[in-house]
Design a protein around this ligand. Structure first.
Ligand SMILES: Nc1nc2c(c(=O)[nH]1)N=C([C@H](O)[C@H](O)COP(=O)(O)OP(=O)(O)OP(=O)(O)O)CN2
Length: 141
């Protein structure tokens, strides 16, 4: 089995604060991430597909095709956005790194399957020190 990873980047603003909690409680749990006036991150996304290389092309999946899928379904939606206010993926969940990886998986899995490959992992760096991995349910063959 081979694993091929495509990197894409986007930047976005967010805050981590539950609307049903008091400011004090949000501050206690989420610290400076709960600041009322937002903060931004330069997100670094790594999308990995798995499979066997095609005997002719040597590709598991053309990384350029994977890039086009990621840009259309994820980057074009998230880049330069306010994740809490602008992106309906986060209407009912906070835009944590973990929740972003789940939402990104949900947008990519069928698109990657339709392109003849299998989504293996979504990794997202929020900062140099924080990243999340998500291995979701496999797509349809
Ligand atoms: N499990 C998670 N923990 C945290 C998340 C997250 O998405 N999942 N997010 C945050 C905040 O968004 C916060 O903005 C992170 O920024 P910061 O604390 O500056 O990040 P670093 O740890 O890289 O910086 P240090 O200077 O090393 O503290 C927090 N937690």
């Amino acid at each position: 089995m081979h694993y091929v990873t495509r990197r894409e980047t986007f930047n976005a603003a967010h805050k981590l604060a539950l609307p049903t909690w008091s400011d004090e409680r949000n501050r206690e749990v989420f610290g400076k991430c709960a600041n009322a006036n937002w903060h931004g991150h330069n997100y670094d996304l790594r999308v990995t597909v798995s499979g066997s290389p095609d005997p002719v092309t040597g590709f598991v999946m053309d990384a350029k095709v994977l890039s086009q899928i990621i840009k259309r379904t994820v980057v074009d939606v998230l880049d330069h956005s306010n994740l809490n206010l602008d992106v309906d993926w986060f209407r009912d969940r906070l835009p944590t790194t973990e929740n972003l990886t789940t939402a990104i998986w949900e947008r990519l899995v069928d698109e990657v399957s339709a392109a003849g490959s299998a989504l293996y992992r979504v990794r997202l760096y929020e900062t140099e020190n924080i990243y999340a991995d998500y291995y979701g349910p496999a797509g349809r063959p």
